[in-house]
Design a protein. Structure first.
Lengths: 625, 321
């Protein structure tokens, strides 16, 4: 399914179109419902919407779960053999969903077979396109001399793409190119898939002439673009930022990043001398954080990537890194929690957790990216921040941004500067006494990698003196705590304004939306739609979660009539953090904790209801299967 | 410059172990081994966990990283992988390495990094006032235990052999020369070397004491104590694998030898195999320049400070044109 979606997205990209794709899947290997939701437009697209114009289903479950999202004049592609199946016989529906299905059937007077469901859709003017997938596969098998159809059933993916593009009257050459690029390294497989694509395209052209009106038309892009996921953007950002050791323990939705890095381990450089990132799969997340810290002490830029359960295990190591001023980067992809929660689903429930995780008081930086492009640059910047201020940096992301794909102009990275902060070399140290934790005005003590001649020092998880030896002296303790904590003031002063907060929409409006992370795209699009209707709102995206840019936040919010907090959690965590810091509380919350990201449609509806006095103080969103 | 063991002392730090603690012996053994191997302090990183043993690095003039309880090996691994030129010596207690850190112990064996790990084995958690550690035998009641130990002991030598450590030895904190020699061999070994160092806790382990190891309770007719410890090397024991065909046999012999306890306790090298590729070698097979330019030694940027990574190959796959 992912392959199909990627081919589809790529083919659209080849035609100069923008794509936003969202991947939804269960925590299993195969057999349960997964889907890919693509939105395609000649203009930039930043999020999904509720309406579906064309639904391509490989199985009955997909029809049942999504057919009511298809708009009038939209289309549904189904396997023609399946339509007599009784929907309640689908074995993968959990009982709580069966209840919903029954309720729907009763309320809408819909029969029990798939055909009844399709007929119900037809009554809403949805076009149904039954495709005899098995017949097509048999024909393909004959052409290729493959008798065993089970060997090529995977090609139903490509058949669906062929049918979809034929219905949309999209240039089939572009689809062919996308198939070829996807299977480039597999030679014969590429040819087989091109054949399948064309047979499906031909079949649809010949058989479906009943006025499906939606069209995809290629445009001239005039620029080079990328179609990529957040996981991939973070990986590239990390190597740009100098990450040379990455440790991880497999966890969804973080592991893809580490695997991608390992696959691209050898790094070309403009200096001509190759570099490389060492990726280590450790025995657990405890080993992951602590070996990353070890590598950082030895002078490598080092990171780990994880999700909630993994970060829970890392917490003691985080505290050590804070105490010992270790420049280690933790990429944290939130997912549905608590406990195992919704392992493959989206959430933003861990903001307060990462702010406070770890015993004791120590400084940390928390950066939250709102889209895939920010993921790229923030992943690189995280290493500069970590080394400049000598503290752990948590790059806080989520499942939505990790697994969504989006089209961007090729990232410009030629101007990214590596800033290693205050670091001393063997030569600087000659004839001098070195103290790793020297008390300085800023709290930052010049750093020396382990193994440097003339720079001998110690680290300990105990409170320590300037040399790094254990000390329980009250006077030293007080100074050491203050030394560590005051580095946060420096962060506040030095981080550029656009890395702290970003503003969108009409910031002079009396209405201000506040949010962080992946709801960004849906909010920006909703604001644009509301503006068309004369409803004015601003949007403040908080990027530096910690240390919170309190003064700037206060300034942005203090004169507002409505402060609307939009987050993928139950508590409205950012809103409460802002209230705590500034005394300004949001008067509305738009929250979603179903495990699915917000769509533009939902955010638009909620904000409109708020501005027109039709909403409660707490709007809880539900859309998405 | 040839350094003496005393050059590895840290005069400004008071070693706060109990009088008569085996940790002093291990400290001396380390300082002697480092000096005799011609190492300089800045080339060595001593990594430790929590407990009395965790303080060992503070008393040895070398880079010292005193980490978390049980996490010695992950920190050590990160340091070694980032800069394989460093001589990394990990130190831990028996609880640290075989209780809370047991998962890391087993997995370190799978990797075979070229470094050394010394466990201070005294059967108790000294710093928390003498609870039973994973190496205390079933039914023993050291003096601060309210009841006899309800768990059987883990056999660290056997565990190390089956986990894949390629140098497995035991030594004794009060036989500093033997310990020094064992540490030297461990450091020189190409691969992950483990030393189980018997280290009587004079305060909380009143059973496996210095006198007990020395056999003060079992004197011969002439009144001389009969030490419980004997040296494998003096019995013609052959721990070394020269060909993979010998490996199983050597492992089984080591495991069998490691069962000896009580009146005859072997010290010395149980198992040694340099045929197994080190983790560094495995990395170098993937990254040909790994040893010359390990992660800690890469430039990251050009003279102008701009990151010099070329992302073309990453982006090529993602392009839509």
């Amino acid at each position: 399914m992912d392959t199909a979606a990627n081919i589809f997205g790529k083919a659209c990209g080849y035609g100069g179109l923008y794509v936003f794709g969202r991947r939804e899947y269960h925590s299993n290997i195969k057999g349960l419902h997964s889907y890919f939701h693509l939105r395609i437009s000649p203009q930039k697209v930043l999020a999904n919407i509720n309406d579906v114009d064309l639904l391509a289903a490989f199985d009955e479950e997909t029809v049942v779960r999504h057919i009511n999202e298809v708009v009038p004049e939209g289309g549904v592609i189904v396997d023609s053999k399946d339509t007599s199946t009784k929907v309640l016989d689908v074995p993968t529906f959990p009982p709580e969903f069966v209840e919903e299905i029954k309720k729907f059937m009763q309320e809408n007077n819909v029969g029990e077979t798939l055909n009844d469901w399709l007929n119900h859709a037809k009554q809403r003017n949805v076009h149904v396109f039954p495709v005899p997938y098995m017949d097509l596969l048999t024909q393909i098998g004959e052409k290729l001399g493959i008798a065993q159809i089970s060997k090529i059933t995977r090609m139903i993916n490509v058949l669906t793409i062929g049918v979809s593009f034929a219905l949309l009257k999209y240039d089939r050459k572009l689809a062919e190119n996308a198939v070829k690029a996807t299977f480039a390294e597999k030679g014969k497989i590429a040819d087989m898939n091109v054949l399948a694509l064309n047979m499906a395209y031909d079949y649809a052209e010949q058989n479906f002439k009943d006025g499906f009106k939606h069209r995809l038309t290629k445009v001239d892009a005039n620029e080079e673009r990328l179609f990529l996921t957040g996981n991939q953007a973070v990986a590239m950002g990390k190597v740009l930022g100098g990450c040379r050791v990455q440790t991880y323990y497999p966890i969804t939705p973080a592991a893809d990043e580490s695997e991608y890095l390992e696959a691209h381990q050898i790094l070309k450089t403009s200096s001509g001398e190759d570099e490389a990132i060492v990726v280590i799969q450790t025995e657990d997340e405890i080993a992951a954080i602590n070996s990353a810290s070890g590598a950082a002490l030895a002078g490598a830029r080092a990171a780990t990537a994880t999700s909630g359960p993994g970060f829970s295990l890392m917490v003691e190591g985080l505290s050590w890194a804070g105490n010992d001023e270790v420049p280690v980067v933790i990429t944290y992809y939130q997912r549905g929690a608590p406990a195992t929660g919704l392992p493959t689903r989206h959430a933003q429930g861990d903001l307060r957790f990462v702010m406070h995780a770890g015993h004791g008081e120590f400084p940390r930086i928390i950066l939250a990216s709102g889209d895939i492009q920010e993921c790229f640059y923030d992943a690189a910047k995280a290493f500069n921040l970590a080394e400049k201020y000598q503290m752990p940096v948590i790059h806080l992301l989520d499942k939505a941004v990790a697994n969504c794909s989006q089209t961007y102009r090729v990232f410009d990275y030629g101007n990214f500067k590596i800033d290693r902060g205050e670091m001393l070399t063997e030569k600087d140290l000659e004839g001098k006494e070195y103290k790793r934790f020297r008390f300085t005005e800023t709290g930052v003590s010049p750093r020396v990698p382990l193994g440097t001649r003339n720079g001998l020092h110690w680290y300990t998880g105990d409170e320590h003196n300037e040399t790094g030896h254990i000390s329980e002296e009250p006077f030293n303790r007080k100074k050491m705590v203050e030394k560590r904590m005051k580095k946060l003031e420096l962060v506040q002063q030095e981080v550029p304004a656009e890395d702290k907060l970003k503003f969108y929409g009409d910031t002079a409006s009396e209405n201000m939306v506040i949010s962080w992370g992946s709801p960004k795209g849906a909010i920006i699009e909703a604001l644009d739609m509301l503006k068309q209707e004369g409803l004015s709102l601003g949007f403040m995206q908080v990027r530096l979660i910690h240390p919170l840019p309190t003064e700037e936040v206060k300034k942005a919010l203090e004169s507002k009539k409505r402060v609307i907090d939009v987050e993928n959690n139950f508590l409205g965590q950012l809103g409460s953090v802002i209230k705590e810091a500034t005394g300004i509380a949001p008067n509305y919350h738009v929250l979603k904790y179903t495990g699915r990201p917000m769509t533009t449609t939902e955010v638009y509806d909620a904000l409109k209801a708020i501005l027109t006095g039709k909403a409660s103080e707490r709007e809880v969103l539900m859309f998405g299967s | 410059m040839v350094l003496k063991p005393s050059d590895f002392r840290v005069p400004q730090v008071y070693a706060d172990w109990c009088p008569g603690c085996g940790d002093f012996g291990i400290m001396n053994g380390l300082q002697m081994a480092f000096a005799e191997l011609g190492l300089e302090p800045h080339q060595i990183v001593m990594v430790s966990g929590i407990g009395c043993s965790g303080k060992e690095p503070h008393n040895v003039k070398a880079y010292g990283v005193h980490t978390l309880h049980g996490r010695t090996l992950p920190f050590a691994m990160g340091i070694k992988v980032a800069n394989p030129a460093l001589e990394v010596v990990a130190i831990g207690g028996d609880g640290d390495g075989l209780g809370i850190g047991a998962g890391h112990f087993v997995n370190a064996g799978r990797r075979n990094l070229d470094m050394t790990y010394i466990i201070h084995n005294n059967g108790v958690y000294g710093l928390t006032k003498g609870q039973a550690s994973p190496t205390l035998r079933l039914g023993l009641q050291t003096k601060s235990l309210p009841k006899p130990n309800i768990n059987e002991a883990v056999n660290s030598i056997q565990l190390a052999v089956v986990s894949g450590f390629t140098f497995v030895a035991r030594s004794y904190a009060y036989d500093v020369r033997h310990l020094r020699d064992t540490i030297k061999q461990a450091i020189q070994h190409k691969g992950f070397a483990f030393i189980d160092c018997l280290q009587p806790c004079p305060t909380y382990n009143n059973i496996n004491t210095k006198a007990w190891y020395a056999g003060e309770d079992r004197k011969d007719d002439a009144g001389n104590p009969q030490s419980r410890l004997y040296k494998l090397e003096q019995t013609g024991f052959n721990p070394e694998v020269h060909d993979w065909s010998e490996d199983l046999e050597r492992k089984l012999v080591a495991i069998s030898k490691a069962r000896e306890w009580g009146d005859r306790i072997p010290i010395g090298v149980f198992y040694k195999n340099e045929l197994e590729p080190t983790f560094e070698k495995r990395l170098a097979d993937r990254i040909p320049f790994y040893r010359e330019r390990p992660p800690a030694k890469q430039k990251l940027c050009g003279e102008n400070g701009l990151s010099h990574v070329d992302l073309t190959e990453f982006m090529e796959d993602l392009k839509t044109s």
